[in-house]
Write a protein of this length. Structure first.
Length: 532
């Protein structure tokens, strides 16, 4: 039976934590630190500034940000002001960026100064945006407001506002057309979904924290624009912890390890082999001077994590437990795999979550232990659905025998020992280092390159990223396309992580008679072209 969920929300929880532990450190970013009191007051000022710009409870705020204190402060401000977080991939270029800002109905956009040119070109096409907040430059353009000034100027006292467990945040995730869809999470459901607290009310939660001498110190190496990094941040803050944000534009494994040692990080959040393999390489180069004994948990979600990488990491983190979570933006606690030092394990095998079932495509249930493959589903605490997409919501969140489930499309095999083996998505989605890439989007970008007549894209195995993007293209007279020519044109259409790592010019037809790409044919052709 699914228990009732307490009417908790992030804004009230953070406010209660700040009142209880005002001098505790909340954020560390290089030489910059914030106490809980400072973070709370700056978030209050920022929330007031957004409200003064005309934002109301339920207004959307786009986070076009890297991992910096600005992300944490703005998240806190949105929770306090009842504004809706909408994550934007900071790798997006103009067309992708416009789609998300328009689709989310964003009324405020926070962006780093490095993205000013994109924002400047798009602002006239986005009349709903009331405020542009620029991070990281004192000399902001005339259309924008300094993020730092908005945090430091004005009234930092608590807001006079009644919040609710129904307050939303958006988590954009990949869609079948290549463009993301916003999963709508009520605070109450998200807090319950990953068991951020067992308390029934604010007073009970604070009392639990006072009785617990441990203080979580979390380093989200994964971007907070993705669910793994964001969930790590929000959960750590709910539990009165400290977020360590290394001062790096992109993942730097050596710096990450140094930050762990200096700040005595207890929880490290990564995304599968794309992060663990560079960490292992850095560790093997020599880390005798680094004390990594403070780490008690290394967690990952969102991508395949090989057993050999887990065990290699544990050789250097003697006190750590590895937690490999099977989940999606549409549902949490689908499955888990725990590994400790000296244990043997397997890749992609999970213990099922508490509300998990496996269904055939006709929604008949597959009993555990049969070895039959089916669609992974979970009930319990769930999002409302997808923003502005009732058809996709109905397909992903069906009601079966009177119970509402989330079925995001993962296929698993349920073995005799009760564990599940992840088989992958039934679609052609490519997961490269935790980033979702949809073939249709890359194909359309390739076909815009001068000289390319047609294109087909699939994922191929990659040791570090799990999968890499591979493309077959047809050209006029079979001419080769120089790689620098491809990159020049693709850079204006899609993010770098979506660029094909392998491109082959072919003469053979790879489409069905109805004009659709035959992905089975493409995969066979690519398999014959791959080296080795």
């Amino acid at each position: 039976m699914i228990a009732a969920k307490p009417d908790l929300n992030f804004g009230d929880l953070y406010e209660a934590v700040a009142e209880a532990f005002p001098e505790r450190t909340a954020i560390i970013h290089g030489d910059l630190t914030y106490t809980w009191r400072e973070m709370d007051e700056q978030a209050n000022r920022l929330a007031r500034r957004l409200a003064q710009a005309g934002l109301q409870p339920g207004s959307k705020v786009a986070f076009y940000l890297r991992n910096t204190p600005a992300y944490v402060l703005l998240w806190n401000a949105c929770a306090k002001g009842r504004f809706v977080h909408a994550n934007i991939n900071y790798r997006y270029v103009e067309q992708e960026l416009y789609y998300l800002l328009d689709n989310s109905d964003a009324e405020a956009v926070a962006y780093h100064a490095e993205h000013r040119d994109y924002v400047d070109r798009l602002k006239a096409k986005l009349p709903k945006v009331r405020m542009w907040l620029e991070v990281g430059d004192e000399d902001v353009p005339g259309f924008a407001v300094s993020f730092e000034a908005a945090c430091l100027d004005g009234d930092g006292s608590p807001l006079d506002i009644k919040r609710s467990g129904d307050d939303l945040y958006f988590m954009y995730t990949g869609g079948t057309t290549g463009y993301p869809k916003a999963v709508m999470w009520p605070a109450r459901e998200r807090i319950a979904a990953i068991e951020m607290t067992s308390a029934k009310d604010l007073a009970g939660h604070v009392e639990q924290l006072r009785l617990d001498p441990s203080v979580p110190i979390a380093l989200p190496a994964a971007p907070m624009m993705h669910s793994t990094g964001l969930t790590t941040m929000m959960n750590c803050l709910v539990n009165a912890g400290c977020i360590v944000i290394p001062p790096m534009r992109s993942f730097d494994p050596q710096l990450c390890l140094e930050e762990i040692a200096v700040h005595r990080v207890s929880r490290l959040a990564i995304v599968g082999d794309a992060f663990s393999l560079p960490l292992i390489e850095a560790l093997r180069k020599g880390t005798q001077h680094l004390d990594l004994s403070s780490v008690t948990l290394i967690s990952s979600a969102g991508a395949m994590w090989s057993d050999h990488a887990k065990r290699a990491l544990l050789d250097y983190f003697p006190n750590a437990t590895i937690s490999d979570s099977l989940g999606s933006s549409e549902g949490s606690r689908l499955g888990s795999s725990i590994t400790r030092h000296g244990q043997e394990g397997t890749t992609g095998r999970f213990e099922p979550g508490p509300f998990v079932k496996v269904f055939r495509e006709d929604f008949t249930e597959i009993p555990f232990g049969t070895g039959e493959a089916g669609l992974l589903a979970t009930a319990g605490a769930l999002p409302l659905g997808y923003y502005k997409d009732p058809e996709k919501t109905a397909a992903t969140f069906p009601t079966i025998n009177g119970v509402r489930y989330s079925i995001a499309g993962d296929w698993v095999r349920v073995d005799e020992d009760g564990t599940m083996v992840l088989l992958g998505r039934g679609s052609n989605c490519i997961n490269t280092g935790g980033e979702k890439v949809y073939p249709e989007e890359v194909e359309e970008a390739l076909k815009q390159v001068p000289g390319v007549l047609d294109a087909a894209v699939v994922g191929v195995p990659d040791e570090r990223f799990g999968q890499a993007v591979a493309a077959l293209v047809r050209t006029q007279d079979g001419r080769q396309i120089p790689s620098d020519h491809l990159r020049l044109h693709l850079d204006t259409a899609i993010s770098r992580y979506k660029h094909p790592r392998h491109v082959w010019v072919v003469h053979e037809e790879f489409r069905h008679d109805n004009g659709k790409v035959s992905y089975r044919t493409v995969k066979d052709m690519v398999a014959n072209l791959l080296p080795g």
